[in-house]
Design a protein around this ligand. Structure first.
Ligand code: AMP
Length: 199
């Protein structure tokens, strides 16, 4: 039973690390960004509501995001733990998650902060814009997403730091190296890889 969060600015590599960690720890990776993107792609009602915020690089309103995550965490595969990528992003979302966890008599095991220099992430996202064509990877939107991160999400780092669950990881370096840093830091906290891990 492991419950993990990945937090960090856009471009720090959260999505990439989430997929690897989910596999290594045998957890479902839940990315609110991916869920919103698939709703936009499939032209759902939620997608229609979220799209303008996403294109502008703003956070989707907490009411929509919290409802989505409440439903997702209630699914069966989350009973034995989860890895959240990109949620919570605001103090209101922290409250929502706290309530959910308290209601289930559980707590987070670790909050992994991917630390990356803003100039480096802007450059990474410039590359991703070419590779993946994400509409919110336009440079002006990227700068705005970084501002939104700094004002709305960065304060969460202190919240989790104060609770003693924060694990700070240098996100610069090869993907494997960053994964190994995370795995080592979690091992120090007694969080072990799943048996079927390939590491
Ligand atoms: P991401 O893939 O995590 O970079 O998220 C892409 C976009 O989806 C963000 O810029 C927001 O517009 C939206 N989004 C993802 N997660 C959240 C969240 N927890 N709260 C609000 N908006 C979110």
């Amino acid at each position: 039973m492991t419950r993990l969060l990945l937090i960090g600015p856009p471009g720090a590599g959260k999505g990439t690390q989430a997929v690897r960690l989910a596999e290594n720890y045998g957890l479902p990776a839940i990315s609110t960004g991916d869920i919103f993107r698939s709703n936009v792609k499939n032209e759902t009602e939620l997608g229609a509501k979220a799209k303008a915020y996403m294109d502008a690089g703003d956070n989707v309103p907490d009411s929509l995001t919290n409802a989505l995550i409440r439903d997702r965490l209630a699914e069966r595969d989350c009973e034995s733990g989860f890895l959240l990528d990109g949620y919570p992003r605001t103090t209101d979302q922290v409250r929502e998650l706290d309530e959910f966890l308290a209601g289930h008599g559980t707590a987070l095991d670790a909050v992994i902060e991917l630390v990356a220099d803003p100039d480096v992430v802007v450059e990474r996202l410039r590359k991703r814009a070419g590779d993946q064509g994400r509409s919110d990877d336009d440079e002006a939107v990227v700068r705005h997403r970084l501002e939104v991160y700094a004002s709305q999400t960065a304060p969460l780092v202190d919240v989790y730091g104060g609770r003693g669950v924060l694990v700070k990881i240098d996100a610069l370096g090869a993907i494997d190296v960053v994964t190994a840093r995370i795995t080592d830091a979690l091992a120090e906290r007694g969080i072990a890889l799943a048996d079927r891990s390939r590491l």
